[in-house]
Design a protein around this ligand. Structure first.
Ligand code: ZN
Length: 149
């Protein structure tokens, strides 16, 4: 299987026109993440009210997979409860880190299923999960930089 087969329509669309790209004003939580192996870097901004993610943005630069994953992540978690977001991260993480031969269910993760193919490529798993690790750091309001290494 060629890496290009990963670049399905959804991934291409979100990498070319990332949703929720930008920053949030003062008072927003934020965290930075980096995937040194690929050179992906991003910052996630969060507006949390009570236990709900009211708004989320990201900026940075990276490969198509990391950008598409960050874009899909922002769409998936906007308006979600923090607990449901962490649950979704777990489900997504299970899918992308499963063995290629494993049966997986992507029913619970919606459009994020477009990234399921990265489980064939360990290097790409880090590209796909960077946004989520960074999101979790922002939720924890951690100021240290998240690295996949
Ligand atoms: Zn990457």
């Amino acid at each position: 299987m060629d890496v290009r087969e990963l670049y399905q329509e959804v991934i291409l669309d979100h990498s070319r026109r990332p949703r929720n790209f930008g920053t949030l004003g003062s008072g927003a939580r934020q965290a930075e993440g980096a995937n040194p192996l690929c050179g992906d870097q991003l910052t996630v901004y969060l507006q949390v009210e009570g236990d709900v993610i009211r708004d989320v943005r990201f900026e940075g630069s990276g490969c198509a997979i990391s950008t598409a994953s960050a874009s899909l992540m922002t769409e998936a978690v906007k308006g979600k409860k923090v607990a449901d977001t962490l649950e979704l991260f777990e489900q997504f993480h299970d899918v992308v880190t499963s063995a290629p031969a494993d049966d997986i269910t992507t029913a619970g993760i919606g459009k994020l299923a477009a990234l399921a193919g990265v489980r064939e490529f360990p290097m790409r798993v880090k590209c796909a999960s960077l946004a989520w690790h960074t999101l979790r750091a922002a939720l924890d309001d951690r100021s240290d930089r998240v690295s996949t290494e």
